[in-house]
Ligand binder design. Sequence first.
Ligand code: NPQ
Ligand code: MG
Length: 367
Amino acid sequence: MKVSAIELHRVALPLVRPFETSFGRQVARDVLLVRVRSNVGDGWGECVAMADPVYSSEYVEGCEAVIRDYLAPALLAAGDVTAKSVAGLLRFVIGHRMAKAAVETAVLDAQLRSEGVSFGQYFGAVNEAVDCGVSVGISDSIDELLDEVQLYVDAGYRRIKLKIKPGWDLEPVRAVRELIGETLLQVDANTAYTEADIEHLGRLDDFGLLLIEQPFVEDDIATHVTLANAIATPVCLDESILNAEVAIDAIQRGATSIVNIKAGCVGGYLEAVRIHDVCAELGVPVWCGGMLETGIGRAANVALAAMENFTLPGDTSASDRYFAEDLTEPFVLVDGRLSVPTGPGSGVEVREDLVAALSSRRVLTLR
Ligand code: NPQ
Ligand code: MG
């Protein structure tokens, strides 16, 4: 295709309830959307960056700037573009994986819509629906936490993930384990611990957790190896997984025996598929993470999660876990699962009227 214009839309979506993690409390999703216009039609991509650089070094205004000043000019200057050629065209920019992922996904959506191929077909999905888990934020009290977890259990979620941090770990995990019985349970520390906490984290072994996600900072693979050797609970990397090469290295060093794949964080769905494939070759199961995506990003995640080696439930929750109104038709949980869209491209339609109504500033159009 020939890319003729790239639009940047900025939308503020209120969350149905605040979401607290070890890096802060979110009350709204400040989301950057990329629309690629081309001679074969349009496509959308959602950028997973947060408003502030507190989860990763990327953040919305930074993503906007790098797309405006570097990524969009490169795509607009290129001749024939396909999703497979995007990473190469953008390789001259170092890092900025979240910004690149949004752009590549928009190109992929436009391309597949014009070819009549769904994301699921393109990725090689083998399932028509995916098992869903839910990520539960840090609460003000254990009672409030148990109320929220009960809501999700009643809604049918097949796995609960608790956010933990120093001072909010053993007791909430113990209480939730008692509440949910055998239901799958895992924890996510979002880098809140240090090597000095290894003995403490070993006490989580009592609770039969599926895994502990990213206890230490993203560039510290070595301490994750030490922890993995010291405790029975499997260690799973999230923030550390920057691309397939880092995933292979972390697996071979024994830092991670399960991998959380977030396409929006690793540079896009093509890299995510690569990570899925190398993990499968190495016998490492994967699951699909989430970044509070609207229906636009959620649709692509659900298609990715339908690949064969995504054997654990993902953070692919229903739209109503986060939003009262989604930017696409809502994703609805049926028996703890979400259906993989079957239409061309992402398979969902963007509610352009709603995007416009919720926009926090004018659309920026790059030509
Ligand atoms: C994780 N996601 O697995 C992330 C953390 C996270 C579902 O737990 C705005 C944008 C708010 C991205 C809050 C889940 C966010 C965000 C938490 C990502 O580590
Ligand atoms: Mg995580």
